[in-house]
Design a protein around this ligand. Sequence first.
Ligand code: 26Q
Length: 822
Amino acid sequence: MYSKRFEKETFKAEVRDNVKTLYRKTIDEATPQQIFQAVSYAVKEVIIDDWLASQKAYDEADAKTVYYMSMEFLMGRALGNNLINMTAYSEVKEALKEMNIDLNAIEDEEPDPALGNGGLGRLAACFLDSLSTLNYPAYGCGIRYRYGMFKQKIENGYQVEVPDNWLKEGNPFELRREEYAKEVRFGGNIRFEKDPETGKDIFIQENYESVLAIPYDMPIVGYGNHVVNTLRVWDAKAITDFQLDEFDRGNYHKAVEQENLAKLIVDVLYPNDNHYSGKELRLKQQYFFISASLQAMIAKYKKKHNDIRKLHEKVVIQMNDTHPTVAVPELMRLLIDEEGLNWEEAWEVMSKTCAYTNHTIMAEALEKWPIDLFSRLLPRIYQIVQEIDRRFLIQVREKYPGNEEKVKKMAILMDGQVRMANMAIISGFSVNGVAKLHTEILKNQELKDFYEMFPQKFNNKTNGITQRRFLAHGNPLLAGWITDRIGDGWLTDLSKIANLKPLVNDEQARREFMQIKHKNKVRLAEYIKKHNGIELDPRSIFDVQVKRLHEYKRQFLNILHIMYLYNQIKEHPEMSFYPRTFIFGAKAAAGYQRAKETIKLINSVADVVNNDRSINGKLKVVFIEDYRVSNAELLFAAADVSEQISTASKEASGTGNMKFMLNGAPTLGTMDGANVEIVQEVGEENAFIFGLSSQEVINYENQGGYNPLDIYFNDWELKRVIDQLMDGTYANGDHNMYKNLYNSLLNTQCTARPDMYFILKDFRPYAEAHKRVEEAYRDEQRWSKMAILNTACSGKFSSDRTIEEYVTDIWKLKKVYVPSGQ
Ligand code: 26Q
């Protein structure tokens, strides 16, 4: 047992006590939410002891620590996951059962902490789980958004965004740490002086606005090792009158302004995924949490160390995309202006501390801030960026004399903009992509010039996912079965899951594996019945595409193909057709018109198809409302087929693909992102691959695209489907409802390039791949082998493997072992 605290009677008493002190109630009187709170506080008590023990062990070891800086941490619910990692899930479940409480129902009381959009934020959460499990000292640093990712409602087929007030009932797992508050300053002007004693330059910021950053700590529990790391998210508070500068005291106007700034700054997560928008408030958020985090980091370092020139020996900063890269000039500022280093000394420390991860090659996602905005908001930071740029361009001109093209491409400051990626690459010691193909594209295309100049900085770190949440917690039936068959080593070493491979030839094992899949499909069908009112046949093929809605991810291709299948069934009722259930889940950024139109289209097709009695239930379409981490766990467990159909070269990695694979769903996808490596692991015969290669896509792009009309006029079945967008079939006779979508495919007037994402080009290969899926599924033996092999070959895709690679190649951390805090 993990801790005597989880001994049944002790734990039950603790829960009863908590209900009493928190709510003055007995268990029978308490609401499910109150019981959730009471249980969580009981769990937190145990965590705190290990948390203290971890910090003590780190202190004693004086261990190097990674600071994972990210605007997003898509954590998902904490209670169930903490219990899994404390290896106390079943004990607690039993204890609660004896009190007539269903742990699953209590877990459902917890709001999903959704402080992230999608892949990038969820990756950060998986990394924290792995860091703790692998005994590495780590902080996650981010923002405590008052409102996380919006809740999605579907009304009349349209997405409606509803604010996510996740803190409404209070977050039992967080600790407010007022005493570590830091001041962050914005705007004003910089006065320059010479220190009369040392002769050094001093930069004084005047007339600025400031806010107080207050940290909240959340525990990140490692699996079965008593390690508890910290996710530190910052809240903002106005500087009180009392703390104001002498100059500003009694300045009522300023006090109100600072109050407003504080409220606004942490108010809401920007719900854009893979899309940059140059909003001033976003830059304020970035600088706010970076400045606070770096100040806290330096203060902690200085408690034990007196030479700031050796900072890089004890800390390393990983920047999750460009969003936190203002860390580069901010660290320079702190080292120079606050710690008194000269430029060269500061550069040495900063450049050995900062590392950058690139998550996308999509041009519209690149962060470029207008210089006027940037310099007005962060005047001192801007001076430092200018100096970094100036010194860098000297280097470029030395290396490429007379080549002003290079300067134009590589400069940080160009065309009135600050290019954050360039700054990160130039300044840090490591640049990594998130899958093999992605890193190759970075080196050979997008970042070619930088790769030529700094080849040693570039490296690949193929993404991964945590098997603790996405198998142990999300799919307890399969997890239990795997442990029965091969032991529980896979929980902390997923390569062991390969020991399932021999079972593909064991008929009994195959039957059990498919029975578990069936039960998970029934569980999902119940969820869908409850939430959508749609009745599903769990014997049909569950074909699932869940991810953010984006044109490059091509949910549009999927739904066009469904429209095509529906036409086929209607036209050839006698045709043999294996029943199919197509399941979608996706949020669209609030201002993304085509994405929202796609959601409407999916829901309209669902309406028509699901209510057509003439097709005998052969085809069902479901749109899962409010796709998020908690219902994702159900979806991965229940999927037969994993749709990973991005336009090749566009999906940097994908991580949903790995979660499906782990749960035994073969990939139907393009050779994009980590799909390439998935196929490499599982074998091409155990996946359904189709479509243009990334090189083919890039070649077309270099020649200005292709002409989709050639396909449109030569494929009447596809033409019919596309025409149905405009003839009112799925719009109650409205001819305009999907005109933006239609135009995106064919109309040269409306888009830079028609069919930018090669939907028509890949349509037939996609339909043909679906045929192969159907054929394979009919052969039960073949399918069960494929399914098991997908699970058995997923070992590489644990975030534990990814983290070990970051540690070895970039972070250079040492493991610290923690005795139980009890
Ligand atoms: C930028 C500026 C202003 C507002 C928002 C943004 C912004 C926010 C989120 C830009 C991009 C994102 C998210 C990107 C993302 O999730 N990328 C995904 O990262 C995953 C983890 O590496 C990959 O698996 C996916 O392929 C990649 O799309």
